[in-house]
Design a protein around this ligand. Structure first.
Ligand code: ADP
Length: 278
């Protein structure tokens, strides 16, 4: 049976570290969240962020915009926060389809971009410079590190190439000297690729995509999938994989609980980057 990589335990550990890191600032850090419309999933995520921020003493400024807000006015709001006292700015995604999401993300001060989606931050990540990295990707690495799973020299297969998860996870693990393969929807014979991996990170949004025959015995399996189904929340990895894996992160209770803590780490890092660059 696999060791269970418990994200709740790691989240608590990160929160203790965060409390210490926050003590070095002489005033509370502030996060601005810009929300357009009333997407119920977005509102749920924002509540989670507000809850942890308030427990840590980080102030959250939630600005809500009408569903019909234009790209221009959202960019203007971002620019206002670029110049304000906020340490971090988060534009809650997805934005309505009439908004040019990329232009909004490009308007962010890279040193306040706590979701790590501004092209400057993506470039810094490619360069191996310290930067703001999407929180879920940070969570995957935090989980591996906490449980002392070796990364350097290991064969890692990342299933999924999204800019929020797959690509930044691959880049972070490459920086840690793993050998990386990125699989995606066009990958032929996915099983033959995943079977070679010492570590499989799955972020494909396909419940039950990974079954025991697709992994090497003893491999570490990190499940980033999170899909609401009639049977409840499901990951991308079939639970029976835990009988063959050496270590596995469950869904729920794996990477999920870490994401908000990693966002808070990004707010601290944003404040530090601003004192370095601005
Ligand atoms: P998220 O950002 O939540 O990780 P996205 O829906 O943006 O998810 O991206 C899903 C990723 O998973 C894409 O890169 C896609 O190519 C990959 N993917 C989806 N289905 C499969 C599959 N059956 N096999 C391999 N990769 C897949």
């Amino acid at each position: 049976m696999a060791i269970i990589l418990d994200g709740r335990v790691v989240a608590q550990h990160l929160q203790l570290q965060l409390q210490q890191a926050l003590n070095q600032f002489d005033k509370p850090l502030q996060l601005a969240i810009l929300l357009v419309g009333q997407n119920p999933a977005s509102l749920t995520y924002i509540k989670r962020k507000q809850k942890l921020a308030s427990a840590l003493g980080i102030q959250v400024l939630l600005e809500q915009y009408d569903e019909n807000t234009t790209t221009q006015s959202l960019i203007a709001a971002v620019q206002t926060h670029n110049l304000s006292q906020t340490s971090g700015i988060l534009v809650q995604l997805p934005l309505p389809s009439h908004i040019d999401t990329q232009s909004v993300l490009e308007a962010l001060d890279p040193n306040k971009d706590v979701d790590g989606l501004n092209p400057i931050n993506l470039g810094r990540l490619m360069n191996g410079q310290p930067t703001l990295v999407p929180a879920t990707a940070r969570g995957v690495v935090a989980l591996l590190k906490y449980y002392d799973i070796p990364i350097a020299g290991q064969q890692v297969v990342v299933v999924g190439r999204s800019r929020l998860v797959g690509q930044p996870v691959a880049q972070l693990l490459l920086q840690q000297n793993a050998t990386i393969t990125i699989a995606h929807r066009q990958t032929k014979a996915l099983a033959s690729v995943t079977q070679l991996a010492d570590i499989v990170v799955v972020a494909a949004g396909q419940p039950g995509l990974i079954v025991p025959t697709m992994i090497k015995a003893g491999a570490t399996v990190i499940d980033v999938g999170l899909t609401k189904t009639d049977q409840g929340i499901m990951g991308d990895v079939d639970p029976s994989v835990s009988r063959k894996a050496g270590a596995m992160s469950p869904v729920p209770g794996g990477v999920g609980p870490l994401t908000v803590s990693c966002l808070m780490q990004n707010i601290v890092q944003a404040a530090l980057l601003q004192s370095k660059y601005d």
